[in-house]
Every structure is written in C-alpha cells, then in structure tokens.
Ligand binder design. Sequence first.
Ligand SMILES: *Cc1c(COP(=O)(O)O)cnc(C)c1O
Length: 519
Amino acid sequence: MTMENKDFSEAQPGLGFSTPLIFEQGRAGRTGFFLPLDDLAGESLDIEMSEKDFRPPVEGMPELSEAEVTRHYTRLAQQNMSVDSCFYPLGSCTMKYNPKINEDACSLPGFASVHPYQPERLAQGCLQLMHELAGDLAEISGMDEVSLQPAAGAHGELAGMLIIRAYLESKGEKRKKVLLPDSAHGTNPASSALCGYEVVELKSNAEGLLDPEAVAGHMSEDVAALMLTNPNTLGLFEENIKEICRIVHQKGGLVYCDGANLNALMGIARIGDMGVDVLHFNLHKTFSTPHGGGGPGAGPVGVKKDLSPFLPIPVVQKKGDLFSFDYDRPKSIGRLKSFYGNFGVLVRAYAYIRSMGPEGLREASENAILNANYIRAKLKGTYHLPYERTPLHETVFSDKLQAEHHISTLDIAKALMDYGFHPPTIYFPLIVKGAIMIEPTETETRETLDRFIAAMKDIDRMAREEPETLKSAPHMTSRDRLDETLAARKPRLCCGGQGEFVLFPISLIYKREPSTPGH
Ligand SMILES: *Cc1c(COP(=O)(O)O)cnc(C)c1O
C-alpha cells in the first residue's frame, strides 16, 4: 500500500480533534516492537535469525512507529464518551457511578484468577460470595431464592419465563398467552415469544399506568403470566400492583416483574412483597457494574418458594460450613450459561451492596428520585410532559413544544452533545411521541444538573430563534451529524483510495472491493 505524503502532525488541535485512519498514517519500513519476555526467560538472546524466522510481509498493513500507534489509539480513546468523562442521562439504563473500589475487589487475584474447573473446596471464598450475594438480592427484593446464572437482563427474562412455563407444565397446564403493557421494554415481548407464548398488549391508561380493569378484561385461564415493570418505563410507580397480582393469581397465572428499574426502590419497597412471583435484576444497572459497549452484565433471577425447584442449575448452597454447587434439582430448567455466570460482575455487585449497606442503598434510590424530579420541575413548561404524575427515578418529556418550530427530539439529542452531555434515551417508551427519557441517577451533583437544565433551556431558545443551527447539530464533536441509516448499514471504516477495510483485531484484515465514496 502506498503511503500518501501527508503530514499528520498538524491534525486538528484541541477538543474533538480528528484522527486519520491508521491506514493513512505511517511510512514503509517504520516499525515498533517488543519482545515477549516471558517466552524468552532463561534463553540466550544471542540467536542467529534468518529470513525464515520472520513472518512474510502482510500486504496492506500500515507501518508505524510505537509512538504513532500509541498516539493513534489514545486519540481514538479520547473520542469516547463514557460515564467517567461526562453526564450520561440515558433513561432506563441507569448509567450510574460505579465506585472504583468494586474494580479493585474484582481484580483481587483470588477472584480474578480462579479457574472455572477449580475444585469446590479450593474456591470456598468465591462460592461464599455467590451464596451471600444471592441472599442479599433476595432480601433486597423480597424474593425467596435467587439464581445468579443469567448474563444480562434479557437473559434473566428468558430464564424467568422458562421457569414460569416449566412450573405451569408441571401442573399439567399448557397456557398460551402472556400479557404485557404497551410501555414495556422490547426485550419483554421478545423473551415471551422465545418461550413460545403469544403476546397480548395492554394499553396503559391516561395516567401512564397499567389498569387493573384492563388486566381483568384480558385475564383468562389461557394466560400464563403478566409481565410488568415497576416503576414502569415512564418512571411511574404501578400503584395498583397488588390488585393486579391478585387478579392474575385468581385465574392461576403468574406475575413477572422486570427489575431493570430497581434503582428507584432499593431499601424503600420490595417487589416480592407486592405479590410478584418472578423478578430479574440488572446488576450492571442497579448494582453498579459499569455497562455499555455490550457487556458483560449479569441478570440474576429471583423467584418465590413454589418456583424454586425450577431455577437454573447450579445454585450455590451451604451445608454446615461448606459451600457447594447444587446440581441436584430435577425440575430445573437446566443450565443457561457456561460455568458460574459472569463472576466478575457478581463480585462488583457484592462489593457495592456490602459497602453501601441497607441505609446507603436506600439513600442512593432516594437521591436518584430527587435528581429526576429536580430536572422535571425545572424543565416543566419548557418541555412538554406527557404525564402529570410525579415520577420516581426517571422522567419522560416530549418534543411537542419544539415541534412547533420543526425541531425534533433527534435535533435536541444531537444538540446536547455540543454542550458536553451524552444524549438521553430518545423515542422510548414507544407510547410517547418524540419521547426524551432522562435518568440522572444519584451520581450527579446539583451543579451538573443545573448545567444540564441550562443546556436544555438554551436548546429550546435556539428552537425558536435559530432552528437551522439545531437542525445541523452537533457542531463541536469530531464528527458532525451522520446519516444514521447509512452509518449503521454501510459503515465506512477505512478509505485512502485502496478500497475498504473492515477492522477486527489489528491482525485480522479483510480487503474488500472499493465502494462508492461519499458516505
Ligand atoms: C435494560 C432493560 C432491559 C434489558 O436488560 P439488558 O441487561 O440490557 O439485557 C429490560 N427491561 C428494561 C426496562 C430495561 O431498562
């Protein structure tokens, strides 16, 4: 590959500087190397090397010095937004502060180096941690037993629905339907459908809540379960939950609660006390594991006593002073994950729960609720509120008022990036047209919230005074507004007149046919 004669030392300076593709950098013959010292321990370095000891040149590989490679990837890393670099108000995602002490805990050699095949007697500390974490989650939620196996919230939903199906089948019942409110997260109908159920959507009422009458109207002996979220995806507490559970139970159905919003309830109220039979936890949301970029997470599932025999295996048990894996559960839905779940995530959650304590967890939830309501109160009137009811940990606005100036939720989200904020969740929940869903979490200071509120107000001003600027936002980022469909469908990861490269790990390079330029 010929290297163009460009001087990249003058790439744009300052914030949001752009970084040329690595294929556009370097010069033939430039190199950097390190010796894998471990491989050479005890060997003399005085070795004769010949041509055959070297890998043949790989066509198209960029050739750079060590400093160039280091700078390239450091610059790319600086373009990342993360919860460690800015306010990240994604609703329903709980991008909260993850104390660094949790990272220390899970990288302790005894946890980080444990082998999945280590004999149980040599992994007693790890098993004890899992046993106690399951117990803590049961106590926090009011469920009777918890399995730590599922790898994410959606995986916990699948586990929970499989448990419900197995339980009903053990009683000789073959029910076909699952009821879901129209505010549900998309994973809820997906998990139900994966278990073979027909999904029936229930309309939320004018207050954004699930109506006991709507549930009663659809409840029959053919309904296996109702799946709900509490607080729901509008951030609203389903205050009729006890009555709703009673209606479902009366017809022999079960109630599943999506626990993704537990950050609003810790230490305040327990889902298990409200009549729910199955609940999943998102440890990477409520219990502090950092998330984003696809994982790893953990989605433990908790059940009431009658459903315990169906939990996925293995469950950690304690006999006398010894901890062990219990595989002897003939009614179990089986294994969901290799080995013992995402163990590092479990250690972080345990460290978080134990360092916070019951009062600390409650305080976290109370502050999360306070922060959401502070933003709601300050932006009320500037942005349209589709529901009047006081929310818990997150608040949903819409673009109704800005739409009068042809400014949409997408424009508002893009503009927030110019103010240094990650955009909130947009266009979800689906029942709110142009939804803007903000979850500040307990992490943020009053000053950060005030800066965010000021940015939102300024964006509203611009909607009235200079809508064209908003239409083309963001302006201060390293890339301006992308065509989102093309960016997703035809990502252009490399150019330089040599065709297109799709980058996996640096050593795996596929060369593809040149494509049309311009996107
Ligand atoms: C995040 C979320 C899920 C899915 O959880 P994952 O861990 O991302 O699989 C389900 N329901 C709600 C309400 C959520 O916010």
